[in-house]
Design a protein around this ligand. Structure first.
Ligand code: ANZ
Ligand code: ZN
Length: 842
């Protein structure tokens, strides 16, 4: 075989990459929006190298983009880099390289890697979020949010190293002892004045919007839980000896008669006010202890309860009884009001607390049938109120709603509730409201979004502080507030912006007097909360995006990792809703459809990691097998959302497949060119071709790339057999080869472009329409005929489509199994249902 007839991936891949670039094959026609399809895949962090995970996310996404293009859609498929963040800053401190240099070098390298993958990204729309012309718009949005009251400043705890004198990111706090990554000093929490976005204002709409998008149920559930809507009441307990009252949030106001103590979070400001002198030392020590722990540790269910009595008392507004106020770390300052009423009879945490500290326990709800013996643990379920004053004898549905009750829970719990019958929770709220000591309340687990980072490599927050005029937004015409490059990276890790006089010192936009700049930068999740808008018009100067591009949004299909289930995907939804409220766009959900790919594991079924030595290196694999093989191998591993372990044999298999496709087109058939093709053979070939097109179309549409490839492999093998026959002299053979190439094109863009050209077709295969098929021709020649004796299925056989009744009858009566069941008897009647079954009655 001539050298140029051999499949040499690296040669053809380079060649076509260049040609695609020269001819701007993937350049989008922005104006043609009638058939628009916005295909978005999550942009990478420029860590330095594309890993298998990137390939697994992007190569199949590229296949989708290509498939839709062939289906006649005008597909926009952009790419960029999420370029701000901590690793660049760490590289600066550790290796003495500027974060900008580190980042842009990595971007350049990874862009080349992405091109080698053969992805059809439109590079003319690339964005890099650390470019001033990108983050300028972060700052612009910040100012808009500020005007809308959606950006505000407040004290909030950060993890703080008292030795390095700096805040730490979550990943810089290490080990169970929670020490500073750098110096090993125990980390404490410290309150700093920081910027927040008021995402909690959008909690209700973030929940509602989930009903309107085609996303995996799993992700919707995670967002729902993250938002964590709870209904209940706020109740105020007067504090003895003061005018103050202590407000609690409870989902079970009906249990108030069983409140035998109160607990406030150690950080609760009221602690100072109520702590008795003799308890002061113990309370202070406890508060320090608590400041050392993370919220997650504090909430751990199996954790031994701890706490200290403050010496103060509150008065139960329903019973007038005085109850002791404790402080304990199982109550969080960041939820509800930071204080609870302790009801050991109804809440297991309170039960454990009461047991440990010898506080009284009063049962308040009796389950249907009563307790067996003494109540032995908290009962949080529905039942009848006891020991509860005005509520005694009333039914409580506990955490359930009346709807859930009528839908079946009444039977499950054995507790009836008629539509007009009072329910304890509803009644107590009315009573509390009437007395002015409480009211119905809704609480969300969702917290406002803390966007301040005490870091350098991020977008500066555009705020100026003036002694005389206070907090001043940077005027729009002074944007962007540029991140200075000539900074000093301190080994302490503290933001260099604080020590950069040129950045820090400025003048007040209001009074022109001396002022200082905010030195916090923005969370990088700000960058990724709207980046798909910027892709549309990355160089637009009059706003974050060109309004004429509006028909392109929302995104039609978003793909990416499930690890972004909450943060990124929730922030992006929030941002879109704010943009809607600003009047920038009409829609308010950013991504119509979402797909999460699975995770590629090492051959040992463990997460790929350098230390385990189980990492597959895409660059090396591309060098050895070519990008098409790596792409298709990844698509063949299994269902895309499942991921799976890497396998070297697997990739060899794909390599052989690609070689077979190559040979099929490039090598001559061993058939006399004058041999007349047989009619039946031609029909059979066309049937196979059309069946395969039908299957591939369905599989691409549903992202079932593994079964799509399996079908193409089977088809390729069939074509190899057809190639031995005179059918190669028919037009059906050309149609078959072309169809194979077209169907493979989205998955393996290089080899198909090459073979398409070698078949004498016009450039480019990636601009061809998707092959169509005639279902009539695709229809099988045979069908499955069910054979019954006395109505029982006894066998199934293949019968020719359109078989006559007589022939079907003959076939049935001659069948071995049927004859066995007929047991030598004569048929009384034979029923034939055309195209389905023959039933012999004896
Ligand atoms: C009294 C009570 C009695 C409660 C009872 C439950 C059962 P969710 O569903 O998560 O919203 N709580 C309120 N604020 C808290 C805080 N800051 N830290 C820790 N726990 C807090 O849970 C609400 C319940 O969690 C509230 O209802 C409160 O305990 C507790 F039989 O109040 B409950
Ligand atoms: Zn001023």
């Amino acid at each position: 075989m001539a050298r140029e007839d051999r499949y040499n991936p690296s040669e053809i891949e380079q060649k076509w990459q260049q040609r695609w670039a020269e001819t701007e094959l993937y350049r989008i026609k922005m104006n043609d929006t009638a058939n628009k399809y916005y295909m978005l895949t999550m942009y990478p962090y420029p860590s330095g190298n594309l890993h298998t995970g990137h390939w697994y996310a992007m190569a199949p996404s590229d296949a989708i983009a290509r498939f839709y293009r062939m289906q006649g859609k005008n597909v926009f498929f952009p790419m960029g880099f999420d370029a701000f963040g901590l690793p660049a800053e760490n590289a600066a401190i550790k290796h003495n390289i500027h974060p900008a240099k580190w980042t842009y070098e990595n971007v350049a390298h990874m862009t080349e890697q992405l091109k080698r993958m053969g992805a059809s990204f439109d590079w003319s729309h690339m964005i890099i979020t650390c470019n001033p012309d990108y983050y300028k718009w972060n700052q612009w949005f910040f100012l808009k949010f500020y005007e809308m009251g959606l950006a505000y400043k407040q004290f909030a705890p950060v993890d703080w190293c008292p030795n390095c004198n700096t805040t730490l990111a979550r990943e810089q706090v290490v080990g169970e002892e929670r020490v500073c990554e750098r110096c090993g000093t125990p980390v404490i929490r410290k309150e700093l004045d920081q910027w927040f976005f008021r995402i909690t204002d959008y909690a209700e709409r973030l929940l509602e919007g989930l009903n309107r998008i085609d996303w995996p149920e799993r992700i919707k559930t995670m967002q729902t839980n993250w938002i964590g809507r709870s209904t209940g009441a706020n109740i105020r307990f007067p504090v003895e000896g003061t005018d103050a009252s202590l407000e609690v949030f409870t989902t079970r106001p009906d249990t108030i008669y069983g409140a035998t103590f109160m607990v406030v979070a150690p950080e609760h400001p009221i602690v100072e006010q109520i702590t008795a002198p003799e308890q002061r030392a113990a309370v202070e020590a406890y508060r320090y202890q608590a400041s050392r722990q993370s919220e997650i540790d504090r909430l751990a269910i199996d954790k031994e309860k701890s706490g200290v009595f403050t010496g103060g008392y509150a008065v139960n507004p329903m019973t007038e009884e005085r109850i002791p106020i404790w402080t304990a770390d199982y109550v969080l300052m960041t939820y509800g009001t930071g204080a609870i009423m302790g009801v050991p009879g109804g809440d297991q945490r309170d039960w454990e607390f009461a047991e440990k500290f010898g506080l009284p326990i009063v049962p308040v709800t009796e389950p249907a049938g009563g307790f067996t013996g003494e109540q032995a643990e908290a009962y949080a379920g529905p039942g009848v109120m006891i020991n509860s004053g005005l509520l005694n004898g009333m039914v409580t549905l506990a955490k359930y709603s009346r709807e859930e009750w009528t839908a079946g829970l009444a039977a499950e719990y054995g507790v009836e509730l008629k539509p007009d019958q009072p329910e304890a929770r509803e009644e107590i709220v009315k009573m509390l409201e009437a007395r002015g000591v409480g009211e119905a309340a809704v609480n969300y687990r969702l917290r406002d979004w803390l966007i301040s980072r005490q870091r350098y490599w991020g977008a500066p927050i555009p705020i100026i502080y003036c002694e005389a005029c206070g907090t001043q937004p940077v005027p729009y015409d002074q944007l962007p507030v540029l991140l200075p490059e000539d900074v000093d990276f301190r080994p302490t890790g503290e933001s260099p912006l604080k020590y950069h006089e040129g950045f820090l010192r400025t003048t007040c936009p209001e009074c022109d007097g001396p002022a200082t700049r905010e030195t916090d930068t923005m969370d990088t999740f700000v960058d990724s909360s709207w980046y798909w808008f910027r892709y549309l018009s990355p160089h637009y100067e009059a706003g974050p995006f060109d309004p004429s591009c509006k028909p392109w949004v929302p995104v039609d299909q978003y793909t990416g990792g499930a690890e972004h289930a909450v943060m990124h995907l929730l922030y992006a939804r929030f941002w879109t809703k704010v943009m809607h409220d600003m009047g920038l766009i009409e829609h308010d959900e950013p991504f119509k459809r979402l797909f999460n790919q699975g995770v590629i594991l090492g051959a040992d079924r463990q997460k790929m990691s350098k230390s385990r030595g189980n990492v597959a290196d895409p660059d090396a694999l591309v060098a050895e097998y070519g990008a098409d093989v790596v792409r298709t191998y990844l698509m063949f591993i299994g269902p895309w959302d499942m991921g799976g372990p890497w396998s070297d044999e697997g990739i060899e298999g794909l390599s052989r497949f690609m070689q077979r496709v190559w040979d099929l087109v490039v090598q001559d058939a061993p058939v006399d060119p004058d041999a007349r093709p047989a009619e039946a053979e031609v029909a059979a070939l066309r049937r196979r071709t059309y069946q395969t097109i039908a299957k591939a179309t369905e599989d691409y549409s549903t992202f079932n790339f593994n079964t799509m490839l399996a079908a193409l492999m089977k088809y390729t093998n069939d074509l190899r057999e057809f190639k031995q026959t005179s059918v190669v002299n028919s037009w059906a053979w050309d149609e078959a080869l072309e169809s194979l190439i077209l169907m493979l094109a989205p998955a393996a863009p290089y080899i198909t472009e090459e073979l398409w050209a070698r078949m004498g077709n016009e450039y480019s295969v990636h601009e061809q329409p998707w092959p169509t098929w005639d279902p009539e021709v695709a229809r099988e020649e045979t069908f499955e005929l069910v054979l019954q004796v006395n109505g029982k299925v006894r066998d199934r056989v293949q019968a020719p489509v359109g078989i006559s009744e007589d022939k079907a009858r003959e076939l049935a009566l001659a069948n071995e199994t049927v004859r066995r069941f007929m047991d030598g008897k004569e048929p009384r009647k034979v029923i034939y249902v055309p195209g389905r079954l023959v039933n012999i009655v004896i």
